[in-house]
Design a binder for this molecule. Structure first.
Ligand code: SF4
Ligand code: SF4
Length: 313
């Protein structure tokens, strides 16, 4: 059975990538499961989707805990433990990272025995954007499993994106074909494991439940303002940056439309963004009437801040 997990951020097309790959497997005569997993968060939050494919009926259920292939659409997720990218990854797993680093660097950082591949050419060097990255992931996965032809991949992608029209299909097809060709040297490296025995459940440790009152035994539940400790700003790939000359100081507009409530007015009436908790959904950028907010790639913004901080007074 092939077990594949796609990791990315909300809005990057991981659910669509899993559907495209699942449909391509199906067109090749496989039994298939594909499913996404995401929580209540929206654009920018870590999500994953997974595909199982086998020539025999599939009785496994639930999230894939020992994947044969893990594809990471956004390498900034590698440092987010909540994303679970490395869950179940072992020496038999192939890890494909869409990003600018070399495999050796990831191997050293992750201390993993997994085989690591990277795709650099699908990331725009200047903006860090990854156009049509869902199609890139589906195309690369189809070639790596070694049992999906390019024609079936194209057919599946066209079916899954049918409602988006010819232009969108054509652009996604281009990226999927490019990825399919790029990983040609590694065609078929994913291990098809027929019957993976379930992991041995470890016996539970004995847990003493204290009889203290709940506010003493579970102080974190009773504590106030704990959500502030979740730095959702780490999810951000694009940063809203204010151009003060264009700003009309109508903070009730951007401030009330920000879904995370992280825009407040400063002493001069200008919007002040809490970047520790701005997740980069870009709603404020789209909604600002005079276009005083601009979306800047996070890497570029960080570089400009560091350069400004390092500049002599
Ligand atoms: S909506 Fe735009 S113009 Fe109004 S305060 Fe916010 S950034 Fe400034
Ligand atoms: S400040 Fe803007 S980009 Fe950040 S979370 Fe709020 S609306 Fe989204």
């Amino acid at each position: 059975m092939f077990r594949i997990r796609f990791h990315g951020r909300g809005g990057q097309g991981m659910k669509t990538a899993s559907r495209i790959l699942g449909t391509a497997f199906f067109l090749e005569g496989f039994e298939v499961q594909d499913a996404p997993r995401y929580g209540a968060e929206r654009r920018g939050a870590p999500i994953f989707a997974y595909v199982r494919a086998d020539k025999a009926p599939i009785y496994e259920r639930g999230v894939i805990d020992r994947p044969g292939l893990v594809i990471v659409a956004d390498d900034t997720l590698m440092g987010v433990s909540a994303a679970g990218v490395m869950d179940g990854v072992d020496a038999k797993t192939v890890l494909l990272v869409i990003g600018g680093e070399d495999p050796e660097i990831w191997r050293d950082r992750l201390k993993t025995e997994a085989r690591i591949l990277t795709l650099k050419s699908f990331v725009d060097e200047e903006t860090s954007e990854r156009p049509y990255v869902g199609a890139v992931c589906a195309g690369a996965a189809a070639r790596l499993v070694g049992v999906v032809s390019k024609a079936r991949l194209e057919e599946a992608l066209t079916q899954e994106l049918e409602e988006h029209g010819k232009t969108v299909i054509s652009k996604n097809l281009g990226r999927a074909r490019e990825a399919y060709d790029t990983v040609a040297d590694d065609e078929g490296i994913i291990i098809d494991v027929p019957n993976m025995p379930p992991a041995e459940p470890s016996p539970p440790d004995w847990v003493d439940l204290p009889l203290d009152p709940a506010d003493v035994a579970s102080p974190s539940i009773y504590a106030t303002a704990t959500s502030v400790q979740v730095r959702t700003g780490l999810w951000r790939t694009m940063r809203p940056v204010l151009e003060p000359d264009l700003c009309k100081k109508c903070v009730w507009v951007c401030g009330s439309l920000c879904p995370d409530g992280v825009i407040s007015a400063d002493a001069d009436g200008y919007p002040e963004i809490d970047y520790d908790h701005c997740k980069g959904c870009m709603i404020c950028v789209v909604q600002c009437p005079p276009h005083a907010l601009t979306a800047v790639p996070e890497g570029q913004a960080q570089g400009e801040i560091e350069a400004a901080e390092g500049a002599p007074p």
